[in-house]
Design a protein around this ligand. Structure first.
Ligand code: KG4
Ligand code: ZN
Length: 429
């Protein structure tokens, strides 16, 4: 392995432009994330064309900031890594094109990684860094960019306790984000990671359900953090939402709705007990809202918080709380309780059936407080171990891209010059 094993990683698969420099997949020298939340918030979801445009504006300053914060230049690097899928085609292409150009100009190898694999490596990176705390990067100043891009500082405040070397044990990973709710068995053999798909959502991802329910209730985008905070003030048992057992045969026969992404992946060989579906609970919340005539209230909440003339520049959770009556807070708490309960039930059932002792929960929704608390206590009850990434590594970032790229650099597993975006790139068999 030449050099110090320094990888510059670039991530542009959705609505964060991110770059990071990580040494040997285990020491983060810098991690810069420019979020496009401000751009997409008023639409209540990511607008693909706007995402590509914002990536184009941010990519150069974000990469420069990552190099500067790491205190290195392009000449110090050993490889460039980039997310090649899954994600938004136009957004992925910005990162891929820039990464290719840098690799070509610097005569460096290019490493392509799967975004889902990277979420799993976010936890592995945390594990390695907490085993060697001296290697952790200090709190870095947030990157401020003009053009309405919000930014997120690198946070190392909340870390998993150091644990045994995770890399040798098979793990069950739940990747739960705005685009995915997937269960994988991950294992490292002969230096390379192998993944087997165990379960997945047939329609919406859990994060998507959070975002849609938040939009319906006149809350901000992305919905997860709002629902997470407001749920603390409601009764989680007030509305008894339930998840029906998934009828795989209907899905296989095409007689049940599946999203475009869900249609592309085979489910025939998966255990129906490990399949998820979140479109039903979204519809159940909608029905509850209509039945109890909560729509006008949600509309005035949206105006008071975001669209009205007196809306605060940056509404806080306290502002939102002041706009929510107890019935809405109970609805929010009950929705979250049901979603977390369903994620738990299937994840623990899969872990037990595979005989694994380790569970990783990763992706944007893994930032959720109720999820972390309930997974942790259930794991304790069952004598299993569960790990989460730090909050900064839960949502999209490029440090996790570099961490996933490291074993490929060691194996000299490089991307071909014709690398292109693969919006529905699958992970594992
Ligand atoms: O991993 P991520 O940043 O991007 C994707 O790859 O999708 O995940 C974003 C998703 C959004 O749906 C957002 O609402 C959700 O993660 N999210 C949360 C929380 N923070 C972010 N969901 C629940 N609770 C949170 N605290
Ligand atoms: Zn992600």
């Amino acid at each position: 392995m030449p050099g110090a094993g320094l990888i510059l990683a670039i991530e542009t698969s959705c609505d964060e432009t991110a770059a990071a420099v990580v040494e040997r997949g285990s020491r983060t020298l810098s991690s810069v994330v420019a979020s496009q939340i401000a751009t997409h918030a008023r639409f209540g979801g990511v607008v693909p064309e706007l995402a590509s445009r914002e990536h184009l504006r941010a990519i150069v300053p974000v990469v420069r900031a990552a190099l500067a914060q790491a205190g290195i230049t392009l000449a110090d690097l050993d490889a460039i890594a980039v997310t090649s899928g899954p994600g938004l085609a136009g957004a992925l292409l910005v990162g891929i094109t820039y990464a290719k150009a840098l690799a070509f100009a610097q005569n460096l190898p290019l490493i392509a990684v799967n975004h889902l694999e990277c979420h799993i490596h976010a936890v592995l990176l945390n594990e390695r860094e907490s085993a060697h705390p001296e290697s952790m990067v200090a709190q870095e100043p947030a990157l401020s960019l003009a053009s309405g891009l919000a930014s997120q500082a690198w946070d190392t405040a909340e870390l998993n306790p150091p644990s045994v070397e995770l890399d040798t044990e098979p793990v069950l990973a739940l990747v739960v984000s705005g685009g995915h709710t997937h269960l994988y068995r991950a294992r490292r053999t002969a230096g390379a990671w192998h993944y087997t798909l165990i379960g997945r959502t047939l329609d919406d991802a859990a994060g998507e359900a959070y975002d849609k329910v938040a939009k319906l209730l006149g809350l901000g985008y992305p919905g997860g953090p709002w629902i997470d905070a407001l749920a603390l003030n409601g009764n989680p048992r007030a509305v008894p939402f339930s998840f029906a057992q998934i009828k795989t045969k209907l899905h296989l026969a095409g007689r049940a709705p599946r999203t475009k992404a869900a249609r592309t992946a085979p489910i025939a060989n998966l255990n129906p007990h490990f399949l998820f579906s979140f479109s039903g609970i979204k519809t159940a919340v909608l029905r509850y809202v209509e039945l109890h005539n909560l729509r006008p209230e949600a509309e005035s909440r949206r105006e008071a918080l975001f669209t009205g003339p007196d809306a605060p520049a940056q509404p806080t959770i306290e502002d939102a709380l002041a706009q929510c009556d107890p019935q809405t807070l109970d609805l929010i708490a009950s929705f979250q309780h049901a979603v977390v309960g369903d994620l738990m039930k299937k994840t623990f059932a899969a872990a037990e059936s595979l005989g694994g002792r380790r569970i990783l929960v990763t992706g944007g929704v893994a930032a959720n407080r109720e999820l972390r608390a309930r997974f942790t206590s259930e794991a304790g009850r069952r004598n299993l171990r569960v790990s989460f990434p730090t909050l900064a590594l839960s949502t999209d970032n490029a440090a996790m891209i570099a961490a996933a790229a490291w074993p490929r650099l060691e194996a000299r597993d490089f991307a071909p010059p014709e690398l292109s975006a693969d919006p529905s790139l699958a992970l594992g068999r």
